[in-house]
Ligand binder design. Structure first.
Ligand code: M6R
Length: 365
């Protein structure tokens, strides 16, 4: 079943070009259309005025990424909340708010309970993004988008995450269109970006030897810091979660602009700092943020595309990621942080597919 791979996680990382292409396929056929979300979606999505995303763990980070898209492209306010928090607070109901739950398994208890709570408040526009057909959460939702990642066995979520991002991008395009914010030209450009994505992800996978060399430097470390900004901040969060989950190295992620508000105090020669820094609107800000890290002796590991113009120097390692792929860049940059965590865990000899204390699907509170 594993084929040439040593672990399910490694296999699942490498399956991503295929998983993404399969998930993109219906979008290529229908374009951005409510039909992607089931028969009731045309009516339910027509008058959406805001979006509330609910999820846990990696699925929550997919939601955090989507917030940038929904607000920038569809022009709708979007909040993202950890399901186990939402379910216990007094949320203000809004019948024109779209509730989006994201869950690979479709069985996560906290996400299910958050959905039930939203419904009890009278929220009727419920959409599930899920990888397991007929699981509990999509069954309890009025609309559904099934990601086509295929069974994910490794406890650490990889291909589920990147395919969730496709679902959320398709949702963004659909809401933008319904909201009168997407002309034919813009839609065609977004669809073209999607079409090219599996190729860029394959190019990112080809970086495995270089990323492995970095991972071997991480294995003896106790702590690591991940930095990103804007669209790439959730990827920093995801990188930190992957690393701690399977290698047990303590990792934290911060938006780079937050450094001097506290975490900079942690930085010294013993603290490796991973930076997700492709060429985007905030690149110059990231560059000045990381000078602060370098000045404190922190060793930097920078993922940057050719347009970022980063060069290696004393204490600054750079891996060139595939050229900037616009708004879908977080999908491409998720790949190297997955590989980094996988190889750091391998070097440490931990149980990659079944990390201690964790279950694949969390069906208890
Ligand atoms: O099945 P779900 O997407 O609802 O699971 C949510 C989290 O438990 C899950 O993403 C978890 O954080 C992963 N182990 C992360 O790799």
């Amino acid at each position: 079943e594993l084929g040439p791979y040593s672990h399910f996680m490694q296999k699942e990382i490498h399956e991503q070009p295929r998983a993404l292409a399969d998930t993109i396929e219906p979008v290529m056929i229908d374009g951005f259309s409510p039909a992607l979300f089931g028969p009731d979606a045309a009516g339910l999505l027509a008058d959406v005025r805001s979006v509330q995303i609910l999820a846990c763990g990696t699925s929550y980070y997919a939601g955090l990424t989507a917030r940038y898209w929904v607000e920038a492209i569809a022009g709708l306010p979007c909040s993202v909340e950890i399901a186990s928090e939402y379910r216990y607070r007094d949320a203000v109901a809004d019948p024109k708010q779209l509730i989006v739950t994201i869950s690979q398994s479709g069985e996560t208890l906290d996400t299910m309970e958050a959905l039930k709570y939203a419904k009890s408040l009278g929220q009727d526009k419920t959409l599930s993004i899920c990888n397991v057909p007929e699981s509990a959460i999509p069954r309890a939702s009025r609309m559904v988008f099934y990601t086509r990642a295929g069974a994910e066995i490794g406890v650490a979520s990889t291909k589920a995450f990147t395919t969730q991002l496709i679902a959320l991008f398709a949702l963004t395009g659909t809401l933008a269109k319904l909201n009168g914010r997407l002309d034919t030209e813009k839609e065609a450009a977004m669809l073209q970006d999607l079409r090219l994505l599996p190729g860029s992800v394959q190019a990112a996978l080809n970086l495995e030897p270089q990323v492995t060399a970095w991972a071997n430097l991480f294995a003896p470390k106790q702590h690591a810091l991940f930095l990103g900004r804007g669209l790439h901040y959730p990827i920093a969060l995801e990188g930190a979660l992957k690393l701690k989950e399977i290698s047990y190295i303590h990792a934290e992620a911060y938006p780079a602009g937050e450094l001097k508000h506290g975490p900079l105090a942690l930085v010294d020669e013993a603290m490796p700092v991973v930076v997700i820094a492709p060429n985007d609107a905030l690149l110059e800000k990231v560059k000045s943020n990381i000078q602060e890290v370098r000045a404190r002796g922190g060793e930097m590991f920078v993922f940057a595309d050719a347009d970022s113009h980063f060069s290696e120097s004393e204490g600054v390692h750079v891996i060139r990621t595939p050229r900037h792929v616009g708004l879908l860049s977080p999908v491409v940059h998720a790949i190297p942080v997955q590989i980094l965590a996988y190889h750091a865990a391998l070097a440490k000899g931990t149980d990659v597919d079944k990390p201690r204390n964790l279950a694949k699907s969390v069906t208890v509170e």
